[in-house]
Design a protein around this ligand. Structure first.
Ligand code: AMP
Ligand code: ZN
Length: 144
């Protein structure tokens, strides 16, 4: 439990939230500044700053419940689809330093655009070289 963490305070009940789901490992509640109404955050009940340090049991609990929560939020707002989003680290847009998975119900008419972009790789081997380098790192990491 981190002293100054707003989501730890929510988990402990020291700050109120609009809860939609809870089990032993995760809590899900309404985002106070939603992209769309019905926007929900799923958080591990223990404090972790980064997704890379969250134990498998918490990851599993978060991802296992996400589709159900998303589907119910979509139905409730008469939506058509949903996005799952996780900002990991400051320059990726993480503001609250306690891992949280955004569940964002979507409507064809909601007018929201993630602002995705599509860069291109240099012609030749740039993409495959990068893939190989990343694959090597993954192999090493898994062997640790
Ligand atoms: P991120 O930018 O991924 O760190 O997202 C943090 C999210 O937490 C934002 O969407 C905020 O609207 C939301 N948020 C911050 N404080 C609260 C709170 N007290 N209750 C519910 N949601 C919150
Ligand atoms: Zn926390």
């Amino acid at each position: 439990m981190e002293h100054n963490c707003i989501f730890c305070k929510i988990v402990k009940g020291e700050i109120p939230c609009s809860k939609v789901y809870e089990d032993d490992l995760v809590l899900a509640f309404m985002d106070i500044a939603p992209i769309n109404k019905g926007h929900i955050l799923i958080v591990p009940k223990k404090h972790y700053l980064s997704l890379t340090s969250v134990p498998a049991e918490y990851l599993e609990a978060m991802m296992k419940i996400a589709p159900t929560i998303a589907q119910c939020a979509v139905r409730e707002i008469d939506g058509d689809a949903f996005n799952l989003h996780l900002s990991n680290g400051q320059c990726a847009g993480q503001v609250v330093p306690h891992v949280h998975l955004h569940v964002i119900p979507r409507k064809a008419t909601d007018g929201f655009n993630f602002g995705w972009r599509a860069l291109t790789y240099e012609e030749g081997t740039e993409k495959d070289e990068l893939a190989e380098a990343i694959a090597t790192r993954i192999e090493k990491k898994l062997a640790e």
